[in-house]
Design a protein around this ligand. Structure first.
Ligand code: HEC
Length: 167
């Protein structure tokens, strides 16, 4: 069970003091058997190349690799120089899927986070495929990176004004 809480959109709209229409929410997939990340402290500062890419390079790269004539699984290259571009704001390559791999600010709407944290209905297997789930710290890091807006580089100057909390 995931216990991350989201304030209702109506309350957020009221808090924002704005009468603007609430933007359409990205689709959240149906998930099951998610790991709780409540025990891992929220991390506010990270660097994509130093903190996130090593997860791909260590645990995903032999399938999601792109060199020579090899095609990466699911048309998702997690090579160091390509991974950010293949993930952020990119749609799933699975036929008929309307899910987005990484929706900045919205881990629960991001296929990537759900695929490493849960079983996702009608979206293949949990990643890393046919291996043990990622350690909770790495799942949490992916969550927190997306929540921080999925920055491409370091984020020493991120100011957190978001309402979502993990745990
Ligand atoms: C043993 C090979 C293998 C490993 C290791 C692996 N993947 Fe995958 N991945 C696949 C295959 C095959 C698919 C497509 C079928 C599926 O989703 O089950 C896929 C699909 C995906 C998708 C969905 C892409 C889309 O467009 O729908 C994501 C996201 C993903 N993998 C992330 C990861 C991450 C992150 C890791 C490492 C933590 C990882 N994978 C490790 C083989 C692998």
């Amino acid at each position: 069970m995931r216990t991350r809480s989201l304030l209702p959109a109506a309350l957020l709209a009221a808090l924002s003091g704005s009468l603007q229409a609430w933007p359409a929410q990205p689709v959240e997939p149906f998930v099951a058997d998610c790991d709780s990340l409540d025990s891992v402290p929220l991390r506010q500062h990270m660097n994509y190349n130093a903190d996130i890419q090593p997860i791909w390079s260590q645990r995903c790269a032999n399938c999601h690799v792109d060199f020579g004539d090899d095609q990466p699984e699911a048309d998702l290259s997690l090579n160091p120089e390509k991974s950010w571009y293949f993930l952020v704001n990119q749609g799933s390559s699975m036929a008929g899927s309307n899910l987005i791999r990484v929706v900045p600010d919205k881990p629960l709407a991001s296929l990537l986070f759900n695929k490493v944290n849960c079983e996702v209905q009608d979206q293949g297997l949990r990643m890393p495929r046919a291996r043990p789930p990622l350690p909770l710290e790495e799942q949490a890091l992916i969550h927190d990176w997306i929540l921080a807006g999925a920055p491409q580089e370091g984020d020493d100057t991120i100011f957190r004004t978001r309402f979502e909390i993990r745990g």
